[in-house]
Ligand binder design. Structure first.
Ligand SMILES: *[C@@H]1O[C@H](CO)[C@@H](O)[C@H](O)[C@H]1NC(C)=O
Ligand SMILES: *[C@@H]1O[C@H](CO)[C@@H](O)[C@H](O)[C@H]1NC(C)=O
Ligand SMILES: *[C@@H]1O[C@H](CO)[C@@H](O)[C@H](O)[C@H]1NC(C)=O
Ligand SMILES: [Zn+2]
Length: 581
């Protein structure tokens, strides 16, 4: 049989969903258009006791260098010439096509497929000559990149900045829909266009621009600075980030890093409060594709059984969809923390007082929890932040009009809730298969174990439940009550309040968020608990505004400079033992 797409399901694993901003705008509509508030006669009498402890605002934190001389960071943000040069650097990176497709062979097996990454490396070396001269550059599995700038104080844990070199493919049919060609890096006066402009050559270039600038200035870090760039993040990362992780763990050891800052969300105007929030990703949902094969005896379709394997698989599909996962929202989920931040930092008083109470009590009051869950669940974009999703994505079966289908396959994609795990999803799935098997006298093998056999098995057929790539647990949640978080959010306040939005009248609060997709950080869990999927720049809307994975991927160039300025201030601000936990 020719290879079915069901055999290579990792494509769908790939992506970061920059959906949260949109999610919350929809949530805002849900909150205010539903009659939710109307029927709330809930006896939530006591206002949350300890409001002060919830989502505290970090002080603004600037590096001492800023007070001595702020010229450089102001140049990054405001200088015309600097901007021109920066546009060139990012445009050049976009112009090198580093598309990645699923299931590419190993680099050694088929070097030609990967040849563009050699070009990309050459470009980086030419564009950032001083980085290559003064910082140790190591390659891993040929095209993975690790830059190590040794700090003078080995007691300070290294910080890791991460990004990826690859980009998702441009679909040929959409080429004529691009305003500017996807590998042009065209700048139209506001946006820079092209595949990778926002996901995430912008991050990669901003990191290298920052290092180059610091080298030029003769900066001598105390804390080691590492940058690491995978080259197949968009196709699961096992050639790139997985190997980089091994190399880093070998060099530095378990739990050896101060923090990891990888691609993610940044700042936007929160639609609920109508104020600016920063949204570092402090968690990621888990992932598993579960396949089920049903084999039944073949035969001529003129004398069919009552149910063919296609019919039975369809029945299974029906049961699966009829029984979606239940929502769950505990304090383990950063989303609860996110709403708490909105509730206590709402300078324009956009959230009704009783709904604030609901949010603040949702961590321990069942009724309040159910009300918040209800509000979040009203919309498709937000509902999956608090539950496991299941999507019937592929079905295959049957060969011929006059032959009964002997083998039918279904693939169901799951994004696992923060509070759940891979085994729970496997069990849940298997239980439903068994339910259908009982009705039809079928056997069930699940993950290599025979889990059900009818008392008198008559050879009706067999279900086989499996997963080709295994599952990925939800990521460990990054703490938001420690010094590392305080520095991350404090530097964000400094950059955006002191330098970008200078007339703002309220503090820019960092509020924890989760990704419903996965980044390269899935391989980095052993290196630190302090992982942030976070690209601090301001954009109105991540989905519509940036065209990520879509036509007209583009980035407002101001955002690029903000990100660059943030890295520049952040690296210097954490270059002290005071930033440690
Ligand atoms: C930058 O430094 C100059 C000179 O010391 C000072 O006047 C200015 O206020 C500083 N700018 C910011 C944003 O702190
Ligand atoms: C801050 O200034 C910008 C222009 O520089 C303006 O668009 C914005 O409305 C101002 N915000 C406030 C809160 O005054
Ligand atoms: C983390 O370390 C554990 C134990 O050493 C190992 O089994 C696991 O594969 C590692 N995880 C990753 C993502 O490298
Ligand atoms: Zn990305």
């Amino acid at each position: 049989m020719k290879g079915l797409p069901t055999e290579s399901p990792n494509r769908s694993r790939r992506k970061i969903v920059f959906g949260l901003a949109t999610t919350f705008s929809i949530l805002a509509i849900v909150l205010f258009s539903s009659n939710l508030f109307g029927h709330l006669s809930i006896a939530l009498s006591s206002v949350a006791k300890d409001k002060a402890g919830i989502c505290p605002v970090s002080p603004r934190i600037a590096p001492t260098s800023f007070y001595k001389n702020n010229a450089t960071v102001l140049t990054i943000l405001n200088s015309k010439e600097y901007k021109e040069k920066s546009i060139q650097k990012l445009a050049g990176a976009i112009q090198i096509d580093t598309q990645i497709f699923d299931d590419q062979p190993d680099v050694d097996e088929d070097p030609k497929i990967w040849a563009n990454f050699a070009k990309f490396h050459k470009y980086l070396q030419e564009t950032f000559p001083l980085v290559y001269e003064q910082i140790d550059v190591q390659t891993v599995n040929t095209y993975g990149l690790i830059y190590t700038w040794k700090g003078s104080d080995s007691k300070l844990k290294p910080v890791l900045l991460a990004a990826h070199q690859d980009v998702v493919p441009v679909q040929k049919e959409t080429l004529d829909k691009w305003t500017y060609p996807p590998f042009s890096g065209h700048y139209d006066g506001k946006y820079i266009y092209g595949r990778g402009a926002a996901d995430c050559k912008n991050v990669l270039i901003a990191i290298l621009e920052t290092l180059e600038l610091l080298v030029i200035q003769g900066y001598k870090p105390q804390r080691t600075i590492i940058a690491a760039f995978g080259f197949d993040e968009e196709a699961s990362g096992h050639h790139g980030a997985a190997q980089i992780a091994k190399a880093l763990e070998k060099t530095w050891g378990h739990d050896s890093l101060y923090a990891i800052v990888d691609e993610g969300m940044g700042l936007n105007i929160d639609p609920v409060t109508d104020t600016i929030f920063a949204n570092p990703g402090t968690g990621e949902k888990g992932y598993i594709d579960i396949l089920v094969d049903l084999t039944t005896p073949g035969g001529h379709s003129s004398i069919p059984p009552d149910h063919t394997s296609i019919g039975i698989i369809s029945e299974l599909g029906y049961f699966i969809e009829k029984d979606p996962y239940k929502p769950i929202l505990t304090s383990k989920n950063p989303i609860l923390g996110h709403y708490q931040c909105l509730a206590v930092h709402d300078p324009k008083h956009k959230i009704p007082r009783f709904f604030k109470k609901i949010i603040l009590e949702a961590g321990y009051n069942k009724l309040a929890n159910s009300k918040l869950v209800e509000a979040i669940s009203k919309d498709r974009l937000s509902k999956y932040l608090i539950r496991t999703s299941q999507a019937l994505d592929i079905i295959r079966g049957g060969e011929k009009a006059n032959a009964l289908p002997e083998d039918t396959k279904l693939l169901v994609n799951h994004r696992i809730a923060i509070e759940s795990n891979v085994d729970a999803v496997k069990e849940h799935f298997t239980a439903r298969v068994v339910e259908v098997a009982k009705k039809h006298g079928l056997r069930v093998k699940s993950f290599d174990k025979l889990v059900y056999e009818p008392e008198e098995y008559e050879g009706a057929g067999e279900f086989s439940v499996y997963s080709t790539k295994g599952g990925l647990e939800a990521a460990p949640v990054t703490p938001t009550d420690d010094n590392v978080w305080k520095y991350l959010s404090g530097v964000t306040r400094h950059v955006f309040e002191d330098l970008v939005f200078t007339n703002i009248t309220y503090p820019i609060v960092s509020s924890p968020s989760i990704m419903t997709g996965n980044t390269d950080t899935r391989y980095y869990w052993n290196l630190t608990r302090n992982i942030f999927r976070y690209s601090p720049f301001f954009v109105d809307s991540f989905i519509g505004g940036l065209g990520i994975h879509s036509v007209d991927e583009r980035l407002p160039f101001e955002g690029h400079l903000q990100l660059h300025a943030w890295f520049y201030e952040y690296l210097q601000a954490i270059d002290t033992v005071k930033a440690d936990n």
